[in-house]
Design a binder for this molecule. Structure first.
Ligand SMILES: Cc1cc2nc3c(=O)[nH]c(=O)nc-3n(C[C@H](O)[C@H](O)[C@H](O)COP(=O)(O)OP(=O)(O)OC[C@H]3O[C@@H](n4cnc5c(N)ncnc54)[C@H](O)[C@@H]3O)c2cc1C
Length: 310
């Protein structure tokens, strides 16, 4: 029965895959919301992932890829089809004199910490950005004017047809919290060019960055980080939301943080619908006051919940 969820798909024979049926997305996202995923596959190795993608191709299935789910809002109806999680099993770090090669499932924060300890400069502003390297590439994650695109020198990519190739990062067209990685395939690993630095100075900078983040961000509550993109450097979304009176606004158990207006937090038991309704209310308030529409930075995926009798 379970194997028939996608017509003609059989992957149980591929070694090195963990298969979870009807797995709640809320367990795999930092917002802790989201309905069941029909099939979540967690590959334990690159080889297993490549085999999986080739098998999916044979039946015409394009999987949805997730990393640590730190920038994901899955709707309450969950996700139909196949979700592939590129997690820590696909991590791994190899240091060289001019940089590092890192698996897509490696947590960015761990990599940043290692770089600083080794006196390698280039990843210190990543010290507080959760999620995987794959997610960071997709989002072109960044902070304080720095972004992942500044250090990536090569990306190992698995196309949806199952081909593995090393590509120039320019192919991914990095922009502000964006790239075209999703059109190209799944990130397997990347190389980053780093510079020699002074470990003590780098550590001091990291401590300062983390202190500022702790002071400004509501890190005690489940969230997906900044919810909206900044319309421009001069117009941060947080300021627009604050001036529009959004701080403290609630729908159900979702709340616009009093601490930072660009964070929607789950105060305990929120649904995706709560968060999406709150998002729309906030967008409307900002549109009325400033005449501009805030675009979500968070990736919104999945199906709306179908209620009985509707
Ligand atoms: C408390 C908090 C603070 C945050 N602060 C910041 C910040 O300062 N700066 C910032 O930029 N972000 C921040 N974020 C958001 C988030 O951490 C980043 O966007 C992160 O890079 C997402 O990585 P992930 O592995 O969690 O990706 P996910 O959320 O799992 O996925 C995000 C997108 O990446 C794609 N993806 C994931 N892995 C791969 C892969 N291997 N190949 C291809 N596509 C893939 C997914 O399909 C999805 O579209 C914060 C989040 C939280 C919760």
């Amino acid at each position: 029965m379970e194997g028939q969820m996608v017509k003609g798909l059989s992957i149980e024979d591929i070694p090195g895959l963990t298969l979870l049926y009807d797995e709640p997305a809320s367990r795999h996202t930092t917002l802790q919301v989201g309905g069941p995923m029909d099939l979540l596959v967690i590959p334990k190795s690159k080889q297993a992932l490549v085999k999986l993608v080739r098998r999916l191709r044979e039946v015409g299935v394009k999987p949805l890829v997730i990393g640590a789910g730190t920038n994901l809002l899955v709707r309450d109806g969950g996700i139909r089809g196949v979700v592939v999680k590129v997690g820590e099993e696909l991590g791994g770090v190899t240091w060289g004199s001019e940089g590092v090669t890192v698996g897509a499932g490696e947590p960015l924060i761990d990599l940043s910490r290692q770089a600083v300890e080794r006196g390698m400069s280039g990843l210190e502003y990543a010290c507080g950005i959760p999620g995987t390297i794959g997610g960071a590439l997709y989002m072109n994650a960044g902070a304080y004017g720095w972004s992942v695109a500044d250090v990536v020198s090569e990306v190992e990519l698995l196309s949806y047809s199952g081909r593995v190739q090393r590509v120039d990062p320019r192919l991914l067209k990095f922009g502000y919290r964006s790239s075209v990685l999703g059109d190209k395939g799944i990130a397997l690993s990347c190389r980053m060019s780093l510079l020699a630095g002074d470990s003590k100075l780098l550590k001091r900078l990291v401590d300062e960055v983390l202190a500022v983040r702790r002071e400004k961000m509501p890190l005690d509550y489940p969230s997906a980080g900044s919810f909206f993109k900044n319309p421009s450097k001069e117009l941060p979304a947080g300021r627009l939301l604050e001036e529009a009176g959004c701080k403290g606004m609630r729908v159900g158990k979702a709340e616009i943080s009093e601490k930072h207006a660009n964070f929607i937090v789950n105060t305990g038991g929120a649904s995706s619908a709560d968060i999406l309704n709150l998002m729309e209310l906030a967008q409307e308030k900002v549109r009325r006051l400033f005449g501009m529409k805030l675009e979500p930075e968070v990736c919104i995926v999945g199906e709306e919940e179908v209620k009985d009798g509707k």
